[in-house]
Design a protein around this ligand. Structure first.
Ligand SMILES: Nc1nc2c(ncn2[C@@H]2O[C@H](COP(=O)(O)OP(=O)(O)OP(=O)(O)O)[C@@H](O)[C@H]2O)c(=O)[nH]1
Ligand SMILES: [Mg+2]
Length: 488
């Protein structure tokens, strides 16, 4: 456990002793303490039908989140690793076991007579590797038409007088609407407390639909993501934005041999005939459209891969994808899922402990300031000092601000700074731009030189305040590398 986490832990314990007589605050503090032990919590949020549940399935690589429109999609649902699959509905202190059903290949949670309004949250335990380090939380889609559901998501992510239940947010958007910007603003002001978002990345979702299913759909999606990214980053709402075709990513990760064979068959069909058949989903599955794959399987291919996915898979087979593993990998690569996973890893995973510590400290501050006691003022002061002092928090805040504010530095120096403060990963060699195998003395030499360079830059008399503080932060990051090299 890092220094910051250990200090946060002992502050929370001190507060629990101080508030032993106050059950309400005590419960919030117990939650803070648990949070430090548990996996990082990443929430998926976004407007109605943005593809959140589908993306969750793609990230986990299993069909565990319902994507139909039943009652359960209107409830905040937590997905954690567990030895056997189980789903529990919580309402206050009461809880109910919820049966899992499969209908037409899709999964659904049968809440029986319970309505979404009667359930605070669903807790899903499922054996899944991805969930060991990360708890993923699927939130109901927000929309102006359904205020109560939107409010449920907002209350969860940005509660009054309490810290957000999520440490980091992946926000899905299909197009940039005023509602999205407003919602992101609300999330941002909470996730990183007063200091701006520490962990929000954006996804241009259902990216395959952007180019009307054309083969270059992902390219247009990239352009759109870049435009969104520009706008969102200028306003400081997201740290980065990437396009992802979640449906395709999920189908690719669970590609079956019979599907691969179908693509091989379809690759034999003359290009024009296939293009014609793929004009619409209905047409492609019609029995009177003659293709070497039977109509039921064709319908299944459309459901799982979408028209764009089918076109892409057939093209990849034509270009030489010889077996199902190769094809699956190529499809995942083009779906944008790998890029998103890397982004989540760099922005959240590698800093999981810092994000959790940050959430716990903010939660501690909120819990205590709701019910101030004299004995607590010292704890509060220490919590806010820790929030200011932990260098990782300063790096995260700066990474967030760098997206919206230009440094008065030449381009290569600005890129160097971005790397040094952990924008591309937190390993020492990554920060210093060295290759993975370099020895300690080289890391140490490069770090010493970086400390010197960035101190000198920070003291340059003509810099604006933002740039000079950013250079100071970079110098401290380099010092941190030196410390870690010598501590080993
Ligand atoms: N073509 C395409 N369709 C998608 C993609 N992702 C989701 N869909 C479809 O969009 C619909 C909604 O997907 P969900 O994953 O349930 O979306 P959601 O955001 O969880 O929806 P709510 O929870 O109801 O707000 C489903 O019919 C999905 O099959 C995608 O990447 N491409
Ligand atoms: Mg959903």
């Amino acid at each position: 456990m890092s220094n910051g986490a250990a200090q946060a832990r002992s502050l929370v314990d001190a507060a629990r002793r101080t508030y032993a007589h106050d059950p309400a605050v005590r419960a919030q503090l117990d939650d803070c303490a648990r949070r430090l032990e548990q996996p990082l919590r990443v929430a998926l949020a976004g407007s109605l039908k943005a593809g959140k549940s589908t993306l969750l399935n793609a990230l986990v690589g299993q069909d565990i989140a319902p994507t139909d429109a039943t009652e359960c999609t209107r409830v905040v649902t937590w997905y954690r690793n567990g030895s056997t699959p189980s789903v529990t509905a919580w309402h206050g202190d009461r809880h109910f076991n919820v049966p899992v059903q499969r209908i037409d290949g899709g999964l659904t949670f049968d809440m029986g007579a319970l309505t979404a309004a009667e359930v605070d949250r669903l807790d899903v335990e499922w054996p899944a590797r991805t969930l060991i380090d990360t708890t993923v939380i699927d939130t109901p889609g927000t929309s102006s038409l359904s205020r109560d559901v939107s409010e449920r998501t907002l209350r969860f992510l940005t509660p009054d007088n309490a810290a957000s239940a999520a440490d980091a947010v992946v926000y899905l958007l299909r197009n940039l609407s005023a509602a999205d910007t407003q919602f992101l603003g609300q999330i941002g002001s909470h996730v990183g407390a007063e200091s701006g978002p520490l962990g929000v990345v954006g996804v241009v979702s259902r990216a395959d639909e952007i180019g009307a299913g054309r083969i270059d759909a992902m390219l247009s999606a990239k352009e759109i993501a870049q435009r969104f990214a520009g706008e969102l980053e200028r306003t400081g709402l997201c740290q980065a934005v990437v396009p992802v075709a979640g449906l395709l990513a999920f189908a690719a990760r669970t590609l079956r041999e019979v599907e691969f064979s179908a693509f091989v068959q379809l690759a034999q069909v003359p290009m024009e005939d296939l293009q014609l058949a793929l004009l619409s989903a209905d047409r492609f599955a019609r029995p009177d459209v003659r293709l070497p794959v039977d109509p039921a399987l064709r319908a299944e291919l459309v459901r799982r891969f979408g028209l764009f996915g089918i076109r892409l898979a057939v093209t990849l087979v034509r270009l030489g994808a010889r077996d199902s593993t190769t094809l699956a990998n190529e499809l995942v690569e083009r779906s944008g899922l790998r890029e998103l996973r890397e982004l989540i890893d760099v922005q959240f995973g590698q800093r999981a402990e810092q994000l959790k510590t940050h959430s716990a400290l903010v939660a501690l501050e909120r819990a205590l300031s709701g019910r101030p006691e004299r004995a607590a003022s010292d704890i509060l002061a220490q919590a806010s000092r820790l929030l200011n002092d932990v260098h990782g928090f300063a790096e995260l805040r700066l990474l967030g601000r760098l997206r919206t504010t230009d440094l008065l530095l030449p381009e290569d120096a600005a890129a160097e700074l971005h790397r040094l403060i952990g924008g591309f990963g937190v390993a020492p060699h990554v920060r210093l731009g060295l290759s993975p195998g370099v020895d300690r003395s080289e890391v140490s030499r490069a770090a010493v030189s970086a400390v010197r360079t960035w101190r000198t830059r920070a003291n340059h008399p003509l810099l604006d305040r933002f740039t000079s503080r950013a250079c100071e932060t970079a110098a401290r990051s380099a010092e941190g590398i030196l410390e870690s090299v010598h501590a080993r």
